[in-house]
Design a protein around this ligand. Sequence first.
Ligand code: HEM
Length: 209
Amino acid sequence: MVAAERTNNSALWMVGFRLTAALLASVPLLRLLLEIMQSQLGPDPGEVVTKALGLAAFQLLLVTLAMTPLRKITGWTGWIRVRRMLGLFSFFYAVLHVLAFLQFIVGWQDLWASFTKRPYIILGMIAFTGMVPLALTSTKGMMKRLGRRWKVLHRTIYIIALAAWAHFLWQARSDIGEMVAYGTVLLFLLGWRLFWSPVFRHAVPPNRP
Ligand code: HEM
């Protein structure tokens, strides 16, 4: 009875945690919609919308990458149970970002020229294209079907994050302080993984003083 109650409590707690995570991940979109309704986007609304959606995609990519370290540090598996949802939110914002780019910045004609015009756009396209197979194979069924290959495929997230960050840095016109701060967080998350990877662990003698 006590054990069943505890299980119900933790299931309820998990539902609450997932809902909170979904709500927080929706904040950039809700904020943008509110600003659109109140006409608060300034003289170039298209640029503001495109940038806000790109930033949300990148921020959620970082949050998704932070879930594994948080699990390791806290020992709580709940972080992993929201990881897929957060990754899909990141992809969702990336899709909206690309659509906004086409709708508000370059238009829908001559797509090839639009996507290859500048190096930072090419980097954005590399990051976006890389996100597509990850989103498509994010289900439990695909995870089972792909087996070990799923892990290998999903490791491309590190390259995607680096390409997205380079895209972010490259499009900056003057102050790059924000990009450097995000880059530091990204390097920390990637460095942490490298430190915990079996290759590195095995390279360190177990009883080093
Ligand atoms: C085909 C793919 C993509 C295209 C064509 C594209 C295009 C753009 C453009 C044109 C801007 C600058 C907006 C402006 O200055 O008016 C921008 C900014 C940005 N993009 Fe992308 N992007 C792509 C993919 C991505 C992806 C996949 C991410 C992240 C996961 C991303 C994150 C960002 C960020 C963070 C900014 C800067 C936002 C800011 O300054 O606050 N982009 N993108």
